[in-house]
Each structure stands twice: as C-alpha cells, then as structure tokens.
Design a protein around this ligand. Structure first.
Ligand code: ACM
Ligand code: ZN
Length: 530
C-alpha cells in the first residue's frame, strides 16, 4: 500500500518518498539559530511529551531550525527531511514555528522514522483569526490555553477574545471593580437553569497573553459596546439611559438597554476601561464591538437627545458612529489599531481607520463597498460560513470548507484590503469543552484551509480523505469532534439539527424584553410630554 502523510492546513507544496531518511533518537543533535526560540521550545516539548526523551546532541542525526532571509513572504517556511537531517527554514520566527507545526503532524503519523520530505509553504492571509466568546460561558484560563494550542496547530495567528457580554463581564478592571464583582454572575442560564459566573484577573489575562505570544499568536481583546452591555449596567446603573437597575442577562437576544451615549460620564468610564485593558493587552489591536445596537432608549433619553443637538448630529442613529469614533480616537491615540463589527457601516460612518469585521452578509452591500473604497481594511467572519456554534444542518463541513471569503461587488483591487478571515465560537449554547469540540471539529480544520491554503490548492475531496487522520489528531489533544456523518447531516437529521437550534427563539425572556421595553417607553415618553 502506498504511504500517506497528511497535513492540515494543506501546505503549498508537499512531496515525500517511501525512502526512510531520518530516525529520531535521544542522540539526535538539535540546533536552533537565534530568533527561533518559540519554535525550538514547541518542538522540544512535543518530543518530550510524545517520545519521552530530551535530545542530547551527539549522534549523526540532526534537527536544524533556521531563519532564511531569501524567503521573502512573511510567515513562510520550508521543511526538508533528507538523509539524517530535518531542516526547517523560516522567513521569520513565525515561519519556523509553522514548520514545526507541520513536523509535529508528520511525527504524529510516522512515529520516529521519517521518509524524505520536501515542503514549501506560506499563508493565504496575514490575519487568521479565531474568536472565543467567554462572555456567555466562562472558560477557565487552562481551557483558554487549550484553544490557543489548537490555534497554533492550525497555523492561526490572531486570538480574538470576546470578554464582555450582556450575560457576563469577564475582564477584571481594578478601577471599576463591580464590573466583575457583580457583572460576572448570572442567576441562571438558557435552558439548563443553573447559576453561572467567573472572571479573569489581570494576572490571568497577562498569563494568557504571554502564552499566546509563545505560540506566535497576537491577542485582540474585545469589550463589546455600546450594545451587549447589560452586565456592565447591572454593576453600574448610571451607564444606562434612565439609570436602570438591571440584573445580568440570563438569556440570549439583542437587548434594548445599551449604554447611554449622551452622558459624558459614559465616555469617561469607557476610556478608563480601555486604558486598563491596554495595560494588559499589548499587541496593538483592540476590538470595541459595536454590533447590534438598538436605538430605542437613545430616542427617548434626554441626555442622548441633548448630545445629538450639541454635536450637530442629524439623527439618533448617528450617535452610534459618534460614540464609536470617540472610543476609537482615544484608543488610537495610545497607539493601538481598532477593530469593530460591521454594523452600520455607512458612508457617514465612523473613522475609516477602524478595521471592519464583516459578520452579517446581508448588511448593505453598497455601504460596505463604499467604506472599503475609502481604504477601510476588513476581515470576513460571515455567520453562515464561520460561526462554529451554528448547527451542522445549517453550516455543513462542506459549506464551511468551500466558502469563498469575499464580498459581492468588491473589485480585485479592493480585495487587498481584506486582511483575512476569522472563525467565531459564540457560546450561548456551548457551555463545556466537550460541546466546543463537537462544534469546532472538523469545521476548524476546514476553515484553517481557507485561512492558510491558497485557493488553487484547496480540495474538499482531498480534505475529506484526511478526516480519519484529523479525528485522531484532535482526539490526541483530548478534544471531542463531530464525525463526518454528523458534520454533514442529510434529510431528517439536517432538519432536526436546525429545529433544535431554533429552540432559542422559544424563551420567556424574549417576551419579557418586549413587555419591559413597552413599560420604559410608556413611562419616559409620558414624562417627556408633561
Ligand atoms: C455578532 O454576531 N453580533 C457579531
Ligand atoms: Zn441616553
């Protein structure tokens, strides 16, 4: 039988022969050039964990990790296995690190004896993201590190950490301590009706950032504002219009209570939050959210209406870009790039320097193209392709794999503004690592081939052939996965998977939201007319 060796994501060029060339033993010599320390640590740890020895450096076999300046593309590498030699050369530190990721997968399949191998490889996109929603469910820092290990294995390089939600504020802020003291606990959760809480201390977050850096991953923290802030309002009612006393949200769904964009105290509060965040997250990338912001409260709030007059804004909706622009200016002045979701991407919309993360494919094509024409950079995370929490009946493995990240109407020229892609794991229905594994795998492997592998080199048929190996690899990380059959349901199973997902519509909280909103409107509209 001909030998098979698989790598996910698929490398640019990959050949191997049947001829055995290299045997890993403890006597193997190990050389790593300055600037390849992350790759070196990663490989030594892998060898120790999987083969049970440290390399002692006296035999004829050699592993060599080098920087090669003739490789011009960032993060690219070559990997060669020849007689008694494994040599990885990278354009930079990340390139060598990714060479090691491929080598780990090869050792995993071949054991200690490797055949002759030749790989040349480079990424399709500079931005290859994965987002974890720690707001709905709190994942302890050990789990967060596991997600980071998984990212590294898939050659992903941007960890977007969604740290705040209506259902929980997870990032400790020493100047506003109630955000976590009150805002990180909800009395019960959707459907399983259990209290839930938890937060990351500053030390925890620093530890995660340091860990990610060892894996060539930058961390992008997200404080989602002005919407999705019920947990913050529960801690500090003055953040809302009408100083409402709310509890941390227990159920999903877009809330009417968002922070008041009229009061100056809201801006001062948020500046202080982002200042503290910037002390911990030093990669120069900050996400300010900006998604799903109803203007219901702003329309009847005297502070918001006064702000509109004072700033000469044309309508209540303009408060949204006004608010986000002010936050962005504050953060940019401290040297960070700002990212936000693509809601209200309009021509008049906030500063062009803010990177847009496109999640809703239906949002006005004209507006998005207009923004990109102005030079705005963007990232694609469309719900139907890259939201890993969606049921397989809606986004099958094949659909995820074959999705072409682009936006209708964007010309070839403007495509250069596409920094890359991001897969998102929202967690309202993902309370455990077991469920996370089921939702993520094998779709994360499929997604990683969009993020890393060139379009010409992708093949769903070939990816399908790799699935048995991939299941083994994922299980070796202690992660659960969906089988090929589960990840591509047909007929009644497909329908059932979608119906089960839509049960989220059937919650009392949705109705409560409507009734509560009607009562706020009655009370405050009435006051306005007195
Ligand atoms: C989002 O899904 N609201 C970004
Ligand atoms: Zn207001």
């Amino acid at each position: 039988m001909t030998m098979k060796i698989y790598i996910i994501p698929q490398p640019e060029g990959f050949t191997f022969s049947e001829k055995k060339a290299f045997k890993l033993t403890r006597l193997c010599e190990f050389f790593n050039q300055n600037g390849t320390e992350k790759a070196s640590e990663e490989l030594k740890e892998f060898i120790s964990d999987n083969f049970g020895f440290e390399l002692s450096g006296t035999g004829k076999e050699k592993i060599s990790l080098l920087i090669d300046e003739s490789l011009t593309e960032a993060e690219s590498y070559t990997l060669d296995v020849t007689e008694n030699l494994v040599e990885i050369k990278g354009a930079d530190e990340a390139g060598v690190f990714y060479g090691v990721q491929s080598l780990k997968q090869i050792f995993y399949q071949c054991g200690e004896e490797l055949p002759e191998i030749h790989i040349t490889d480079k990424p399709a996109y500079p931005y290859r993201g994965f987002m974890l929603d720690s707001g709905r469910y709190f994942f302890p820092k050990e789990d967060v590190k596991k997600f980071i290990d998984i990212m590294a294995l898939h050659k992903l390089n941007r960890f977007h950490w969604h740290l705040t939600e209506d259902q929980g504020w997870r990032a400790q802020m020493l100047d506003n301590i109630l955000l976590t003291e009150i805002g990180s606990y909800r009395s019960h959760t959707n459907f399983n009706n259990k209290p839930h809480g938890g937060y990351y201390t500053k030390e925890d977050m620093k530890e995660v950032v340091e860990y990610a850096h060892k894996k060539c991953i930058k961390v992008i923290p997200e404080i989602d504002t002005p919407g999705h802030t019920v947990s913050a309002i529960a801690a500090y009612p003055h953040l809302s219009c009408f100083d409402r006393n709310l509890s941390v949200a227990t159920h999903c769904g877009v809330k009417h209570d968002v922070v008041c964009a009229g009061k100056e105290s809201t801006y001062e509060f948020m500046f202080s939050v982002f200042d503290e965040l910037l002390e911990v997250f030093t990669d120069g990338l900050i996400h300010i959210g900006g998604d799903e912001v109803p203007t219901t409260r702003w329309k009847i709030c005297p502070h918001c209406q006064q702000r509109i007059k004072d700033e000469g804004l044309s309508c209540t909706e303009d408060l949204h870009p006004y608010y986000l622009s002010r936050l962005a200016e504050h953060i940019e002045a401290k040297g960070s790039k700002v990212i936000m979701w693509n809601d209200t991407v309009r021509d008049y919309m906030a500063k062009g320097s803010i990177v847009r993360q496109l999640w809703d494919e239906e949002m006005s094509e004209k507006d998005v193209v207009g923004q990109i024409n102005k030079g705005t950079e963007f990232i694609i995370s469309f719900v139907n392709a890259y939201y890993l929490d969606l049921p397989y009946g809606r986004t099958s493995l094949e659909k995820c794999y074959n999705y072409n990240p682009c936006y209708k109407g964007i010309s070839k020229e403007q495509e250069s503004k596409l920094l890359g892609v991001e897969a998102c794991l929202w967690t309202e229905f993902v309370p455990t690592m077991k469920k996370a594994g089921y939702q993520m795998f094998p779709r994360l492997g499929a997604y990683s081939e969009t993020a890393w592998t060139s379009k010409e080199n992708k093949s769903f048929d070939y990816f399908s052939e790799k699935l048995d190996f991939y299941e083994d690899l994922v299980s070796s990380l202690g992660m659960n996965y969906a089988t090929k059959k589960q990840s591509m349901p047909k007929g009644i199973k497909k329908l059932a998977s979608m119906l089960y997902w839509e049960r989220r519509q059937l919650c009392w909280q949705g109705l409560h939201n409507l009734i509560d909103n009607a009562s706020v409107e009655r009370k405050h509209k009435g006051e306005e007319n007195k």
